[in-house]
Ligand binder design. Structure first.
Ligand SMILES: Nc1ncnc2c1ncn2[C@@H]1O[C@H](COP(=O)(O)OP(=O)(O)OP(=O)(O)O)[C@@H](O)[C@H]1O
Length: 267
């Protein structure tokens, strides 16, 4: 475990996107973010950890290009620029609520983002079925969302992001509404997918324990207006297992992360 100030804790991997001095003030005068410096390394699992309202979701929305920063810059290191690039960039977004269309079957729900890009049902079929296979729901392609449990709905939501083969996957507290057993299982499934697909993931959570279990690095944020106060590098190798959750090493990193969070909230 390494704890460092953000300026000192450069990501070990080459950056895919960098935020420098990013601030966001909404039209109603709410200053959500001020001076966010953050680099996302290619292939890393980065968690944003911070108190409610510190601007974590706002950071995801800015990275996704759904909103513009008021100050500072967001640089992508993929050699393309502008709005067209943002569309081509293929950033996946998984929200806290699975946000499925209740009248459409699982297959149609997963097809939606591809359909919006003009990919036909026949062309999308193999990718949709592969994505459903990855999350263990291939047998539920013709089910309706109402026939699924909360955890299964979240799996569909992850499959929907997976089908688009995103270069960066942004996840906004995806497991917050689930019971602990389901949450642990989905944590493991997500780690397997991350290892298999070599994704870059930016994951928002309130939970110190979840962030330590999942992440290669944790950006600890201050209260509003939020910025990154400290970064924690979680030096536990993959694959992580249930034994890691109960290890002394996990306990040490969790208590250091918790202390860093409390200090950041006092800033
Ligand atoms: N569109 C908006 N207009 C005005 N204020 C907004 C808007 N979106 C977010 N905010 C405010 O900006 C601040 C940061 O919100 P954000 O949702 O990014 O925080 P968060 O850290 O993700 O919170 P939580 O953990 O509770 O989801 C909050 O005070 C919120 O009320």
């Amino acid at each position: 475990m390494v704890i460092a100030n953000p300026s000192a804790a450069a990501a070990e991997r080459p950056p895919i996107v960098t935020l420098a001095g990013v601030g966001k003030t909404f039209d109603n005068g709410t200053e959500a973010l001020a001076g966010v410096d953050l680099s996302v390394g290619r292939g890393e699992f980065l968690s944003l950890l911070g108190p409610s309202g510190c601007g974590k979701s706002t950071i995801l929305r800015l990275v996704a290009g759904l909103d513009e920063p008021t100050t500072g810059v967001i640089d992508w290191h993929d050699g393309v620029a502008g709005r067209a690039a943002q569309r081509a960039r293929n950033v996946g977004f998984v929200f806290q609520e699975p946000t499925l269309m209740p009248w459409a079957k699982v297959f149609e729900n997963v097809w939606l983002p591809l359909r919006l890009k003009g990919v036909s049902r026949a062309d999308a079929g193999p990718r949709i079925m592969a994505a459903l296979e990855s999350v263990g729901l291939a047998d539920f392609a013709t089910s309706y969302p109402r026939e699924l449990s909360g955890g299964m709905k979240m799996r569909v939501s992850i499959a929907r992001a997976l089908a688009t083969e995103p270069s960066v996957l942004l996840m906004d507290e995806p497991f917050a509404a689930l019971d602990e057993i389901t949450r642990f299982r989905l944590n493991d499934d997500l780690l397997h997918l991350w290892a298999e697909k070599a994704w870059t993931i930016v994951f928002v959570t309130h939970s110190v324990f979840e962030s330590v279990y999942l992440s290669t690095r944790i950006a600890v944020m201050t209260g509003r207006p939020g910025h990154v106060a400290t970064e924690v590098v979680v030096d536990e190798p993959s694959p992580r297992t249930a034994a890691f959750r109960t290890s002394a090493h996990y306990g040490e990193i969790a208590s250091a992360t918790s202390a860093a969070l409390h200090e950041a909230m006092g800033e």
